[in-house]
Design a protein around this ligand. Sequence first.
Ligand SMILES: [Zn+2]
Length: 311
Amino acid sequence: MSPDNTNMSLDITSHPGRPGPDELVPSRYALRIGEIDVLVVSDGVLPLPTATLATNVDTAVLTAWLDDLLLPPDVFEWALNVVVVRSGGRTILIDAGIGAEYPDFPRAGQLAQRLDAAGIDLASVTDVVATHLHMDHVGGLLADGVKNRLRPDLRVHVAAAEVKFWASPDFSHTSMPSPMPDVLRSVAQRFLNEYHSMLRPFEEEYEVAPGVVVCRTGGHTPGHSVVRLASGGDRLTFAGDAVFPVGFDHPDWHNGFEHDPEEAARVRVRLLRELAATGELMVATHLSFPSVGRVAVAGDVFRWIPAFWDY
Ligand SMILES: [Zn+2]
């Protein structure tokens, strides 16, 4: 354990309520999909300018939407969810939170401590699925002390299109606060360097473990992928960044982090229609924790129906 980690655990014991075994809100939610164990873990919260929620509508329209939800007009707090799945003897980490990659987000980057608190040893993780290579999804794997706790035969699944994209990423259709594009670019490239030998790129889809299939959707990034879980008649889709909190009321609003916003909107509508038809559960990275619920059709748009807490 590095000196930093030692300090951190001392810090935790002296501050009940902070990430660690005695955290006031454990920020994890467990459920089962047939034979598959699923644990949603919160990496924390990312406050971002609201303008990133809708880059193709007037500010007044966005402000009215926020006002209807009693939310402030300037900053939107994005949840940041990560999922751990156990199936067929494999332990799969789906995304990894932001780590320490961006100084403006001190309330995020909690994954390692929260996995520890949940009794999940990083050394037990056999597979990582990266839905895409934005820093809020892979930064946690670059945090101090994480890689050397992971097993050397770890498999990291990411779409081949995503790996290719980050060699020379196109930000011309995005609308992000600076210096985010530069940071996203450097984090993705650092991740690809650090985890190069463990990468298992797939083309369109890959079955990581029984009933756990990662499927490329594109849109948000060219290799953006979702993870479909199916076992014993139960189903759950981890939608990654295909759906944001505004995406039910306004699936056609472009998000500032989408590299191909028009394709991202098509992907979102297709996925939401499908999930509404199947009635299966959905979890998405940036929906309010624990982000477990179902999708309904509401006229031309959609409605998010959170699952009832069942503990
Ligand atoms: Zn994201």
